[in-house]
Design a protein around this ligand. Sequence first.
Ligand code: ZN
Length: 244
Amino acid sequence: MTRVYIQIEPLVIEMDGPLALNTGFRRGLIHRTVERDADGLAYIPASSLKGRVRRACEQVARQSGLRVCHAPRPGGMCSAHEQACLVCRVFGSPGRGSELHWQDARLAQDYRSVFSGDEANREAQFYARTQVQLSRGLGTAAPDRLFTSEFTVENLEFRSAITGWLDVTPIAGDDTTGGYELLLLLAGLRLVNTLGSGSSRGSGHCVIRPPEQIALGERPIRIAEVLENLELLGEFDKEAGNGN
Ligand SMILES: [Zn+2]
């Protein structure tokens, strides 16, 4: 096992349409409000981004036939006393943190300039849409079933980064490409095509674009080079002596 410092920066998130994030807060009649940073600008919290990428990585790992524990229920996840599954090795589990740091995804600079300044500019980032929630059982609509959600305007661009230490398991003895751990992370990032809530109603569609090259220790490496090993991902459990 080798420890490497990785830098995936910038991680560009291009929205295709509006974005809705469920903050759990209620502002006036609006039931769901988009997260705002200290400048009043829309952002995607690191925890939302990380959680979504984790789910994508679980999907990739399962498709490759790997053992994957049952997040996010802490009792279903790998414990500190057993061999962690590949997903927990990248994202951490209760009692076993990850030393990868996920940055909040902030609005890209061009958009920051447009929406900064006065209140009217800031509010131009958002719009509200009212929907009717019908009771499935009764099929009735009542005024208190009006549900107003908040969205960002379409096609915003955000920037995040993933940096920090990763313990990597060499692929066929080779640790120069970041091992199975980096391979899984990059494959998962590529798979994510929605963020936030309400993707079934047309919001939250996105593409995540990592840079073409990322830093692996002192050395730059092309993402395409890492992903060339994707067929070998399923060998992780055998190589790590996991679950066999
Ligand atoms: Zn696990």
